[in-house]
Design a protein around this ligand. Sequence first.
Ligand code: ADP
Ligand code: MG
Length: 714
Amino acid sequence: MPAGDPPLTLRDLDAIGITRLRNVGRKRASSLTEMEINSVLDLLQHYPRRYIDRTKQARIAELAQGEEVFVEGCVERSSSRRIKQRRRLVEVVISDDTGRLKLTFFNQPWQEQSLRPGRQVIVHGRPTRYRGSLQMTNPVVDLVGDRTGRFVPVYPQSEKASVSTWEIAKFVDQALNRCQPRGIADPVPAGVLQRFDFMGRHTALNGIHRPAAMGESSEARRRLVFDELLRVQVELVRRKRRLERHTAGLSHATGGELLDRFLARLPFPLTGAQQRVIEEIAGDLALPHPMHRLMQGDVGAGKTVVALCALLTAVQGGFQGALMAPTEVLAEQHFETMVSLLGDLTVPDERRLGGERPLKVELLSGSRGAADRRRAVAGLATGDVEIVLGTHALISEGLEYRALGVVVIDEQHRFGVEQRAVLRGRGPGSVMPDLLVMTATPIPRTAAMTVYGDLDVSVLDELPAGRTPVATSWARGPLEEARVWAAVRAAVSEGRQAYVVCPVIEESDVLDVRSAIETHERLTAGGGELAGLRVGLLHGRVTPAEKEATMELFRSGRLEVLVATTVIEVGVDVPNATVMVVVDPGRFGIAQLHQLRGRVGRSRLASSCYLLGEAVTAEAEARLEAVVASNDGFELAEADLELRGEGTIMGERQRGRNDLRLASLRRDKEWVAVARDVAIEMLDADPDLLGHRELADEIELLLGDTDAEYLLKS
Ligand code: ADP
Ligand code: MG
């Protein structure tokens, strides 16, 4: 790479195969490929997990019993022998110029292979005294090879890929040296670098891989994190703008009589948050381009009423509305809720005698007969059916609508950009209907900017007045368990009802069902904790008709307790149920527990939720403590992010958009907001990024997959 050529872009680096590096032959290359390192770009983006500060090392002679330290030494000998139960014990001796240290490894037979005599290693651990001398048992080992720097990067490595961290460090070193003459291009505008005091990209890559001081690696990290976040935000904001600019939508008439009538009939006043979000939605609906809005709201915040307002606005202007739920059970539940909220609402209709017609709402679901279904499908085509509820089949099955105006999706994290593109052309005259996505799993604001960055976001952050917060407690041990069942019996004797939720087991439906059946049997058998009560059972394997029958028995109060799997997680609405028992709660995530708890506390009655059982892991313990400590879905979402990292939040939606190697939505949350502001600023000034071609190009390179799919569908 001769000097004089322009600096290397990420696309250039991506085009340089890993085999072009010295000492990367066929075998190394295939190991690297296993680690998804195919090009110099991949290699440079394979960031160190941590650093070993060689200035903070102890010498062997200075070691003290029980004190955690790093020690560097050279392997003198290693051997292994079999100990009881066919396990292996590896013994290694390392030395520096002050003395010798023995290391012992139980059950790590590979250590004998990797710790060959002559190798330079750094071990991290706590010396213990054994037969008069100090030794370390199962220390963490890093091979440093012949590294000389003060800070040794430690790279993520995989056991089976058999490339050591010091080999990776050498390849990275070599790659960076070879980039030196041309330099690495920096697509971020100089003004932005200056404003946030960022180092250049080339300096940052050097600084993160081979820092001369600890501070350098964190400054480098800050810069590279910003790059990742900026790319994602530019892409999301651009995508959002493109939709707004290039997609024809409907301009709905808002604030008409139908909506007023509906609101006037509600048996409760709207919360301030509901009013605000209804206004936000009305604003979108009135505009000529399609709405893409996400409504985040905690369990019980009253999302259904808001969704209905959007659907009724469509109807009022002569369009149709559709609400899609992730499952049939939920679609049915929404249907019932809506029917009861709508009552016998009539639509003003000048073309009719008396000027009124009843509002026609239909459910499209497998549980309905073929004749009913046919009638509903025909009604959609003629426009007789004005609001329809169902699953994703509502948009994917080639159903015909006379004039589909508003689509509401009850998401539960299952609806992505790809599906959204399907909506294009489904409105009358091939325009795009307005879209409202609702989710009961709130996520923190900055995370929402990334995960839902191409949507406008409304937050329903207020519970209706008069709710008594659910009192949650964690019952551990037999004594407390007895108290839980006593509480269930007490509630039932006062005319209330209870849920007992059994966990999902290892994603296996069969075991799942079995655990519910067994719990039901154990509780109701003679001498069982709930013997003598009327206890129903609900799980994923019963037919829709049985399920409906059981739900109806529970709703009407003929069943006092319902033992169920998580099929009741969302949507089930029986205000008289005031006790929730979650068996083996450690198996649930925070969001899920919070969601489950939302099934009680749906009236003025005081409700309680009991988490019954031990937490098996420390993380599970932290989750349960968080759920006990807070009733606020947003607060819990923050806690969840802290505990589990972003993986959980990104989920499906984030596939293909995972350019976030270094950035963490948790650690770097202030930078998410900064990156979004910068993205908006750049796109305001230059909507097509004509003056930022390099940036546009690397976005395409790194985030291109989803984009391609997206364009294909639009
Ligand atoms: P979400 O879907 O947000 O969990 P729902 O829409 O199912 O909540 O509403 C939960 C319950 O609260 C329902 O019984 C609903 O009728 C009732 N509700 C909704 N809005 C209000 C309000 N403003 N005041 C009182 N009750 C309300
Ligand atoms: Mg709901």
